[in-house]
Design a protein around this ligand. Structure first.
Ligand code: ATP
Ligand code: ATP
Ligand code: MG
Ligand code: MG
Ligand code: MG
Ligand code: MG
Ligand code: MG
Length: 278
């Protein structure tokens, strides 16, 4: 590499390596999607095409970045979780975030016509912001995922009731907002049922729970961890654990990527898929 007198400017770059041995979560969010969703006539409160498009773009991101073990999406946002041993880009935050954001955005635009067959995209084009956060424990990571799913639930119950009052109850936005002020979940369920015969429980799972994307290995029955095997593995020479890591990597790359709408707050989801947190 040729040196030049200009090269000193490289010194101005700030290190942004993320803490090792932690779960890195990159969350992206659509910029100005309130306006964007109006422009393209998203069905309110939930446009299924828009959700399917978000999911398709997220799945593409996962298949291009094997270090991502699981992703969770709702509305115009997606959270991508890197395995804690990830060393991609030496864990530099700006590289990880910008790669996720641009890969996601590129696929969102590329796949648009498959989901919105009748309306082509035109400027201003969709864009996303992103951030990276490190979670140092399984509890913290699971609480993060729970936080997003609870948010999905609270928003969806509110939005479903809000839009029922407008679309079925003939209210305007101000009236609907007014009649939901100070209400609890039970009240919203009651409004939906008594006024519109809507049982919230029967709403589509994708709306109520959001979407979780992960690499699907064989399901593990809870409580079948083989402790002896695990201890023996720790005692193995490094050479062998390295080839095991290679095997794991290959297995991971080959595993099918699935999209589900499951409860990720309760233990069951994680107990059955221990590789997601390893
Ligand atoms: P910001 O740039 O700050 O994120 P925003 O307008 O994108 O602003 P958000 O809080 O991210 O604000 O909200 C996302 C908006 O996009 C909401 O108004 C939501 O109703 C709309 N939206 C996203 N996905 C869908 C969908 N599938 N169907 C209908 N509306 C959607
Ligand atoms: P990394 O992911 O680390 O950036 P890279 O392959 O993109 O890997 P760069 O150092 O960014 O490596 O180099 C860019 C590469 O793209 C070079 O090989 C360069 O020759 C090629 N390239 C970029 N633009 C052009 C162009 N307009 N015409 C021909 N080749 C190009
Ligand atoms: Mg935002
Ligand atoms: Mg947004
Ligand atoms: Mg959002
Ligand atoms: Mg370059
Ligand atoms: Mg390059």
């Amino acid at each position: 590499m040729a040196n030049s007198k200009f090269e000193y400017v490289k010194q101005f770059e700030q290190p942004d390596q993320l803490l090792p041995n932690t779960w890195v979560v990159v969350r992206i969010d659509g910029r100005g999607f309130t306006k964007f969703s109006t422009k393209y006539g998203f069905e309110k409160p939930n446009d299924k095409r828009a959700l399917d498009l978000m999911n398709a773009a997220a799945r593409a991101v996962m298949s291009e970045l094997p270090d991502i073990t699981i992703a969770y999406g709702v509305s115009d946002e997606y959270s991508f979780v890197f395995q804690k041993s990830c060393t991609l880009f030496e864990r530099r935050a700006s590289k990880l975030v910008s790669t996720i954001v641009s890969t996601f955005t590129a696929y969102y635009v590329h796949l648009w016509t498959s989901y919105f067959t009748d309306i082509p995209l035109s400027p201003p084009l969709p864009s996303f912001d992103g951030r990276a956060v490190c979670y140092p424990s399984i509890q913290n990571l699971r609480d993060y995922m729970s936080w997003r799913q609870v948010d999905c639930h609270i928003n969806n119950l509110y939005n479903t009731t809000f839009w029922a009052l407008i679309q079925l109850g003939g209210m305007d936005a101000t009236e609907a907002e007014q009649s939901l002020k100070g209400t609890f979940s039970a009240d919203k369920n009651e409004i939906l049922f008594s006024k519109f015969h809507i049982n919230y429980n029967n709403e589509p799972e994708i709306f109520k729970k959001g979407s979780v994307i992960f690499r699907d290995y064989e399901l593990v029955e809870p409580g079948t961890h083989n402790v002896v095997e695990e201890v023996e593995k720790m005692a193995e020479p490094i050479q062998q654990s390295k080839s095991q890591a290679e095997k794991d990597k290959k297995k991971r790359a080959k595993a099918p990527i699935v999209i589900e709408h499951l409860d990720i707050i309760k233990d069951d989801f994680w107990d059955r898929r221990p590789w997601l947190l390893s």
